[in-house]
Design a protein around this ligand. Structure first.
Ligand code: DER
Length: 234
């Protein structure tokens, strides 16, 4: 089974299990969510469902509009029944690394407004420990003026190495939908981290906007496996 097919079966199963009529849904960002929106659009059309979709990025907004789904926002839908989103890695305790696509801030805000955060992923995201498979580091969204002092402060406090995420099709650093930079923290994998404590400490640092550590937020994860099955974790 290809990676895309694995993403698809996870996304379809999650949408089928968590979406019913009159559901307000947070729509995540990334490539796996594309399949979730595809399935959502199918069900809305086939079952004449009423759903409202709140995006977590410009990409998610485009997906909602292009699939003729009802576009919502947190002004009108401050309480969501569920948020369906991808992840870069999921550990055994359901701690997530997110932000590989640079959308972590709005994703975390929307997930926090949802009764349930549902994660959809392919089998390469299924780890027992963070860093086992995802090697690009933990994304930390920072205010641009603060990236240099924060890079050294976090390195000194927690070890590892932080790199400013550079844009691919544009000169200079990656700029998020919120006008911020991202530092990717290649943490020391020999260390045991209390991710909840690390996350809380990072957030307190002036200039840190949000981290890609989603701790105690995900209710259930669906992993599309290479053999065509869907593995679930909660
Ligand atoms: O940037 C993000 O947080 C995305 O949700 C990412 O974690 C998952 O992206 P993928 O579905 O393309 O792997």
């Amino acid at each position: 089974m290809s990676l895309n097919e694995a993403k698809k079966i996870a996304a379809y199963k999650a949408v089928d299990e968590w979406v019913q009529n009159d559901t307000a849904i947070g729509v995540g960002s990334g490539s796996t969510v594309v399949f979730a929106v595809e399935r959502l659009a199918q069900r809305v059309s086939q079952e004449n469902l009423r759903v409202v979709c709140v995006p977590t990025s410009f990409q998610a907004r485009q997906l909602i509009v292009e699939n003729n789904l009802q576009l919502g926002d947190l002004d009108r839908n401050p309480h969501l029944d569920c948020a369906i989103d991808g992840a870069d890695e999921v550990d055994a305790n359901m701690t997530l690394i997110k932000g590989g696509g640079g959308c972590l801030l709005q994703e975390k805000i929307v997930a926090a407004c949802a009764d349930k955060m549902i994660v959809i992923a392919d089998y390469t995201k299924d780890s027992s420990k963070l860093g086992e498979q995802y090697k690009k580091g933990i994304p930390i969204e920072v205010v641009p003026m603060a990236y240099v002092p924060l890079r050294s402060r976090i390195q000194t406090r927690f070890g590892g190495k932080l790199k400013l995420r550079m844009a691919v099709a544009k000169a200079g650093p990656c700029v998020t939908d919120n006008g911020n930079f991202i530092l990717d923290w290649d943490f020391d994998q020999q260390k045991e981290y209390d991710w909840d404590a690390v996350n809380r400490e990072l957030i307190q640092m002036p200039g840190v906007v949000e981290t890609g550590l989603f701790v105690n937020m995900a209710r259930k994860a669906y992993f599309g496996m290479a053999d065509g099955t869907v593995k679930e974790r909660s």
